[in-house]
Design a protein around this ligand. Structure first.
Ligand SMILES: NC(=O)C1=CN([C@@H]2O[C@H](COP(=O)(O)OP(=O)(O)OC[C@H]3O[C@@H](n4cnc5c(N)ncnc54)[C@H](O)[C@@H]3O)[C@@H](O)[C@H]2O)C=CC1
Ligand SMILES: CC(=O)C(=O)O
Ligand SMILES: [Mg+2]
Length: 472
């Protein structure tokens, strides 16, 4: 995989101050495979120079090798190593901010007591006023139990925080929604449901994140029933919306139709299940579902979870049996939401002409993107440092923006299909190509386009409390 910014080290090096020393150091860094960015002088003394050298490396191990190699050089020593990723996370990525002045006694009387008491009474008299008079209408709780953090597994609630803070800043930056990371100690669905129900009055919507299957289905289903507000498990539906949009554009590029393609989905957990359900709703021709134990076949209940049994009954009409390689024979599309580094060139070679490969496991895709591009016509991953980033960040800000704007009571499948269509059409047909099937996360048309489509679908379905968008 090409080297990205995710492994950028700044090496503070003490170097003997004489001609040729910097050359020796940079030559060695090049020989070890480091990619030098900037070189700055930190301190200059008569005999010693201290320099900061910024180097991109392949991974953590490569960084350690580089530092060890430099320390073998005579009269050059690494004093300190700083990692840009960790520096970015120092102190967390999120803070709260007041929207009103708080400089004088008058300010205090208006924003806090005694003024606030009248606002409390107004809301007690008419609870709907909470949307207008507090932050509720523009806020989302990002709730995780830490059980399926990216593709890293069950790392628990503390380790989930950096991802949930990340989701929160994406909500703010992309959709101007105030989001709060809530990482729960318990992984018991009953406790998660009760806790979210208890905190729900403070928020306008609930974004469930990185909760592993099958608990995610139970938690989302029960909260959708009990809460009168948008609830969405992002790994299921946020991902499925983006996959559908990307697939719609990818099949167009290779001259096929959604209704005719056979799609293999690998990893039938949270994301895989929702992707399959969404692709069925969108009319995709045929789907083969694969998990660690092989192709899901209807009736083979032994290793299937209850949700996988439902998926088995809706897929694999040919009743193929076997592993991923068998599933991929003649397939038009591979969608991986499973585990890193499981695809080989042989897997892609047996696919139909112009293979489409979405290797979406994070942070390591199912196959090395450089390898995949040699064999497949269209390749997408979930990563920010690769073309065609299929990541739920392309959809969840716009979906919640639209749902909050019309005070939707829930997020329906029609709202999600409308979001996928809106996302796909952000790219004009004449601009679409193999490396441009989804817009960039920073394309400023994405959130408004999805939000408008979601709001309209909510109004059409009768789940919106407001029947016009703010500003109309
Ligand atoms: N790009 C994106 O937007 C998104 C990517 N993902 C990624 O997808 C992966 C799965 O996420 P979730 O569905 O939330 O997790 P999950 O834990 O609910 O499901 C994972 C599923 O993959 C299966 N699996 C594991 N190894 C496998 C293998 N070698 N072959 C076939 N199946 C295998 C597991 O048995 C399980 O059914 C993670 O890597 C996650 O980061 C998830 C959501 C969004
Ligand atoms: C992108 C995301 O939500 C995940 O990998 O879990
Ligand atoms: Mg996630």
């Amino acid at each position: 995989m090409s080297v990205g910014v995710a492994y950028t080290l700044t090496l503070r090096c003490q170097i003997e101050n004489r001609p040729g020393m910097l050359g020796r150091l940079t030559t060695l860094i090049g020989e070890v495979g480091g990619d030098i960015g900037a070189i700055d002088i930190v301190r200059a003394e008569r005999n010693i120079l201290v320099r900061d050298i910024t180097v991109r490396v392949q991974d953590e191990q490569h960084g350690e090798q580089l530092v060890a190699a430099i320390n073998t050089l005579q009269n050059i020593k690494v004093l300190q190593v700083s990692d840009r990723v960790f520096l970015t996370h120092l102190g967390g990525k999120l803070a709260t901010q007041s929207r009103v002045p708080l400089k004088t006694r008058d300010d205090l009387s208006l924003a806090y007591t005694p003024g606030v008491a009248r606002v409390c009474r107004a809301i007690a008299d008419d609870p709907e006023k909470v949307y207008a008079l507090t932050w509720k209408g523009n806020s989302v709780a990002v709730v995780s139990d830490g059980s399926a953090i990216l593709g890293l597994g069950n790392l628990g609630p503390e380790a989930a925080m950096p991802v949930m803070e990340g989701k929160a800043i994406l909500f703010k930056e992309l959709a101007n929604i105030d989001a709060v990371p809530i990482c729960l100690r318990s992984q018991d669905p009953d406790v998660i449901v009760q806790t979210v129900e208890q905190i729900a009055p403070s928020f306008g919507g609930i974004n469930l994140e990185d909760i592993a299957a099958p608990n995610c289905f139970i938690v989302e289903g029960r909260l959708e029933e009990s809460l009168d507000m948008p609830v969405m498990h992002d790994d299921q539906h946020g991902t499925a919306v983006v996959v559908l949009a990307a697939l719609r554009n990818a099949v167009r590029i290779v001259g096929k139709r959604l209704a005719d393609v056979r799609v293999v989905v690998n990893g039938i957990g949270a994301a895989g299940t929702a992707i399959i359900r969404t692709l069925i709703e969108a009319g995709v021709g045929e789907i083969t579902a694969v998990d660690r134990f092989g192709i899901l076949v209807e009736g083979d209940h032994a290793r299937q979870t209850p949700m996988q049994r439902i998926i088995a009954s809706q897929t694999n009409r040919e009743r193929r049996r076997g592993d991923l390689a068998v599933a991929l024979r003649g397939a038009d599309v591979f969608i991986g939401v499973s585990k890193g580094n499981i695809l080989t060139p042989d897997h892609i070679r047996v696919m139909s002409s112009d293979p489409i490969v979405f290797a979406l496991a994070n942070p390591i895709p199912e196959g090395d993107p450089d390898m995949l591009r040699q064999y497949a016509r269209v390749v997408a991953t979930g990563r920010s440092d690769q073309p065609n980033q299929i990541n739920n960040v392309l959809s969840f800000p716009g979906i919640f923006r639209g749902a909050l704007d019309v005070h939707a009571r829930r997020i329906t499948s029609a709202m999600r299909l409308a979001a996928a269509e809106a996302l796909a059409t952000v790219i004009p047909p004449e601009e679409m190509n193999e490396d441009y099937i989804v817009p960039s996360v920073f394309n400023r048309q994405v959130v408004p386009a999805i939000a408008a489509a979601v709001a309209q679908a909510a109004i059409a379905e009768g789940v919106a409390r407001r029947t016009h968008m703010p500003g109309d």
